[in-house]
Design a binder for this molecule. Structure first.
Ligand code: SAM
Length: 423
């Protein structure tokens, strides 16, 4: 190629002014546009202005993208500079255009560093990728010592933003080129920017919509704030208590996970740092929903999978209340999952599994478990409530709600024979 790269200037006129004042929306659009073009994200910074307008910058291994909005003129200016000729800039332009629906779009393309003459693209690719420091590995199956591991998932690390140890666990925040910013605890992926919404919407909205009007909610675990963000979307909500054993996880998430941190500022939220079992034990008929977003049944979360914990939660639920927990990997935690459902079935009159695909969780197909003494079934929920809510969601909608309870035969074999609820 001639020169170092291409600089695109985009002028988008006639956009929806509300979108141009929505920092989260613009940030998602910019990051997704950059990803679609095949560039490697290093970091980003976005700023909301008063009374209106947003500016943002995304630093990529291949240079940068910047944007600035003028909602009062329904106008946004985007600059995208990429070095080398491997980046599909048109994919990013298409993405901006699809998300912002401008009435008019003007594009100007400028070659940069033309005087440098012809530069082999391998030289630029080598430069762009030399920042990748290594790989972060999650082992699945037996975990533990290397010789007992059955398989490993490896994530390229663009940047380690934080690596620290709390009283309870090792905490890491890394940037991966495919899944974006990721929170890891004890070498296990907890939350990833690209797919966290699937898990958090499904853990929160399915029981909340079945309930119909949750006012008092308890989250056990969930220190990353993603589930909190989703539960706050329910207008009936009056008070939500989040009990995480590890204050450091909340602190790190507030500082490093921009896709969840705002939830902590809501006045309905009450943070408590304690063990979930200890906290719930002396509560009676206090909650409409208890949602467990804990780590796996090893380490500090182990006892949250035992009948004694489920019994304490049952006593803490109001009449008609629902308990829901993340219920492990369908493909890689068969034994732990079967034990969990058996334990829940010892306590709750009705127990139902439901499913969603979360690519960064080992095995991808993830289970959730609802337990309650009230009757509930997959098709009995307020569809108009679910439809309205789905306007604020990226995964959840009424069809997803109902179909999530459809189980493959091998899971019916494995779980439902032991469970009180059959469909
Ligand atoms: N969605 C994630 C997953 O399935 O991998 C879980 C994410 S969330 C960050 C898990 C949280 O559970 C952590 O912040 C951890 O500190 C918390 N936790 C673990 N054991 C706990 C306990 N006994 N009581 C309260 N919180 C606990």
């Amino acid at each position: 190629m001639t020169g170092l790269g291409t600089h695109i200037l985009l002028d988008l006129y006639g956009c929806d002014p509300r979108r141009l004042d929505d920092l989260d929306f613009l940030k998602k659009t910019a990051l997704e546009g950059v990803r679609r073009s095949g560039a490697t994200i290093i970091t980003d910074h976005f700023k909301q202005f008063t009374p209106q307008g947003v500016s943002g910058v995304v630093i990529i291994a291949e240079s940068h993208l910047t944007l600035h909005t003028w909602p009062e003129f329904s106008y946004i200016a985007v600059d995208y500079f990429t070095c080398g000729d491997t980046i599909d800039i048109d994919a990013a332009i298409d993405h901006f255009s699809t998300r912002l629906h401008p009435e008019t779009i003007e594009i100007s393309r400028n070659a940069r560093g033309k005087r440098l003459g012809k530069i082999p693209s391998e030289a630029l690719i080598g430069k762009a990728f030399q920042h990748i420091r290594g790989w972060e590995t999650e082992s699945a199956g037996n975990g533990g010592s290397p010789e007992k591991r059955l398989l490993e998932y490896r994530y390229a690390v663009d940047q380690v933003l934080l690596k620290t140890r709390s009283r309870f666990q090792e905490i890491q925040v890394i940037e991966n080129p495919v899944f974006g910013r990721m929170l890891w605890l004890d070498q296990a992926v907890q939350t990833a920017e690209k797919d966290e919404f699937v898990y958090h919407e499904m853990l929160g909205h399915v029981p909340a919509v079945i309930h119909g009007s949750p006012e008092d909610v308890l989250i056990i675990g969930g220190g990353d704030g993603g589930l909190l963000r989703e539960v706050l979307k329910h207008e009936s909500l009056k008070r939500i208590e989040l009990v995480d054993i590890d204050a450091a996880v909340v602190d790190v998430s507030r500082r490093y996970l921009p896709f969840t941190h705002r939830a902590f500022e809501d006045p309905r939220v009450h943070l408590i740092f304690d063990d979930g079992m200890r906290f719930v034990t002396d509560k009676t008929r206090a909650y409409d929903l208890i949602l467990v977003d804990s780590t796996d049944p090893v380490g500090p979360g182990e006892h949250l999978y035992q009948p004694a914990f489920y019994g304490a939660c049952k006593a803490a639920l109001k009449e008609g209340g629902l308990f829901t927990a993340q219920a492990l990997s369908v493909w890689l935690q068969e034994k732990e999952q079967a034990a969990m459902f058996q334990n829940m079935a010892k306590v709750f009159e009705r127990v139902a599994p439901y499913l969603a695909t979360v690519p960064t969780y080992p095995g991808a197909l993830w289970a959730f478990a609802i337990g309650s003494d009230r009757a509930f079934s997959p098709d009995a929920f307020d569809r108009s409530y679910a439809r309205d809510l789905s306007g604020a969601c990226r995964y959840y909608n009424p069809m997803i709600h109902e179909s999530a309870f459809c189980l493959p035969n091998f899971m019916i074999e494995r779980l439902e024979k032991q469970l009180p609820l059959r469909h």
